[in-house]
Design a protein around this ligand. Structure first.
Ligand SMILES: Nc1ncnc2c1ncn2[C@@H]1O[C@H](COP(=O)(O)OP(=O)(O)O)[C@@H](O)[C@H]1O
Ligand SMILES: [Mg+2]
Length: 236
């Protein structure tokens, strides 16, 4: 598995614990209303969308829920690299050639409850595909089979793909890279999401410095040395 899949490679790491907290938060949001289909996006490239999505998907699947990742960053698909699966066929084949979904959905050997629909060949106009009727029908059909479906997207401030998709799902998670994303980009992302009445479930702060002296270092139990329980401010 890819190094960025920390929840698989080191499930006791503090970061993996943060993903479990995120899973728990989503679970509580879900009590009154079902958020089955969720878009993960961010203002800019490289903020950690794919990393966040992959680790969150894995963490949710560990509770026994059936999880599907759908790669909708059709411009720079990376999900297949996170899980070392092939990207020869994917959602593009489903939308353009009407290939049956079962033919493109891949299972991950090590992760029994997780499945992945990669992108497939890079299309000339990804926006057109994502706003097609076939895409809408696909989302409706996938809802029948999976408990949670997470959609990876391109950055929302660069292209409209993420906004289009966000209007078709139950909720959106906005990834913001700590110390990297400027406030104006976050505001623009918010504005774009509000415009299409997207349901922003929350913001995930990625790349936060979690070393002991940082403000993001928060209360947690260390597994190896349980005598130490640190408590600091919880801005996270
Ligand atoms: N939470 C994080 N903490 C530290 N580095 C991260 C985090 N999330 C992502 N990265 C790093 O940032 C880079 C971009 O991540 P990626 O998930 O591909 O971003 P995006 O999908 O938004 O373009 C990668 O090199 C990854 O290792
Ligand atoms: Mg990405």
């Amino acid at each position: 598995m890819n190094d960025n899949l920390i929840t698989y490679n080191d499930s006791k790491h503090q970061v993996s614990e943060s993903y479990r907290m995120l899973r728990t938060n989503l679970h509580y949001l879900n009590i009154n209303k079902r958020y089955k289909t969720i878009v993960v996006t961010s203002s800019n490239p490289g903020e950690g969308k794919t990393t966040t999505l992959a680790n969150l998907a894995l963490t949710i699947s560990q509770t026994g829920k059936r999880v599907l990742i759908v790669e909708c960053d059709l411009r720079k698909p990376r999900v297949h690299k996170m899980f070392n699966v092939s990207n020869t066929k994917g959602i593009v084949n489903v939308i353009v050639e009407r290939v049956p979904v079962q033919d493109v959905i891949q299972k991950v050997k090590e992760l029994p409850n997780m499945e992945i629909m990669t992108a497939g060949p890079i299309p000339p106009d990804s926006t057109e595909l994502l706003e097609s009727k076939v895409m809408k029908e696909l989302i409706v059909n996938l809802r029948e089979t999976y408990d949670t479906i997470l959609f990876d997207t391109p950055p929302i401030c660069s292209v409209t793909d993420a906004a289009i998709l966000s209007s078709q799902v139950d909720g959106v998670i906005l990834v913001v890279a700590s110390g990297e994303t400027n406030i104006e980009s976050v505001r623009l992302a918010r504005k774009l999401l509000d415009k299409i009445h997207a349901n922003i479930l929350g913001v995930v702060l990625s790349k936060a410095d979690m070393s002991k002296n940082s403000k993001y270092y928060y209360q947690y139990y260390q597994y190896d040395n349980q005598t130490e329980i640190k408590k600091k401010s919880m801005h996270h």
